[in-house]
Design a protein around this ligand. Sequence first.
Ligand code: NAP
Length: 299
Amino acid sequence: MKILLTGASGLLGRALMKVLSNHNTFQILGLAYSRVHNGLHKLNLLDKHAVTQLVTEYQPDVILHSAAERRPDVSQSDPEATQDLNVHATAHLAQLAKNTNAWMFYISTNYIFDGTTPPYHPDAPPNPLNVYGQSKLDGEIAIQNITDQACILRLPMLYGPVDFIGEDAVTTLAQSLVETPEIKVDHWSPRFPTSVEDVAQVCRHILEHKSQHTDFNGIFHWASDPSFTKYELAQKIVQELDLSTTLIPDPSPPSGAPRPKNCQMDCSALKNLGLGVQTPLQQAIQVPLNDFNRLRHTL
Ligand SMILES: NC(=O)c1ccc[n+]([C@@H]2O[C@H](COP(=O)([O-])OP(=O)(O)OC[C@H]3O[C@@H](n4cnc5c(N)ncnc54)[C@H](OP(=O)(O)O)[C@@H]3O)[C@@H](O)[C@H]2O)c1
């Protein structure tokens, strides 16, 4: 199976590259833009001509589309750039997938929901509260309008191996906890922090399943449980890093782009197919915390 992976230099994309290149069922070409290393191919997804040329030449069986602007506050302050990458580039890839008979595998987010009526089934009505969530939903809609040979996988907050402190929520939080002796942390929104290494395995399972069941298409959810507010996550980090930081639970919504309160997703469709992997947070969090310790001592 020939896979074209966008966003291969990103938090999730690196985990996908690692897992998929370890299986000889898959031949994978990873795309990056500003962080081109480890054999990745440089491509600006906003350059439609270059994207068309590459897809036409490579003739993938699957376009696994992970690249996106995924920082809600950045999207909120630059909706047009977000729209260009998250919607227009996605629509273009979907059209190319259709033209070349490739399967479109799109990574989306639980931020397409408003967080008021969890748990959300894949067919629950979306109602994004911020520009980022709207753009990812518009990407989903664009794909659905172009091709029915597609899979949309919605994910919650991700963490895992990081290239820099602040690349995921765990190392961002760890940095604040190290720097601040007493800190208020969001205890308003339950999150479902999920390891990118688990997500990469789930994607591998989906791709293997697709190779056996050619009619497999649709919208799916994946997340770990149980939930953690950022305050509860901070408690774990304080414990693991042996910090003396005083944590104060903050019961009010965070500032910045509006966030949904509780976007818990119903993941039973993939679980029922036996396709899921869930590493307990206590275990998987060691990966970004080890990176955090290594990176902060090299600063
Ligand atoms: N991170 C989360 O907590 C989270 C939660 C739910 C869903 N998701 C979804 O999961 C997917 C992966 O997210 P992530 O956390 O891995 O994102 P990320 O770490 O921010 O990576 C973004 C990727 O997009 C690439 N990219 C950005 N602009 C580009 C352009 N113009 N042309 C080509 N590539 C471009 C980046 O390439 P360079 O870095 O090389 O420029 C990078 O590989 C996204 O679709 C996101 O919406 C993420």
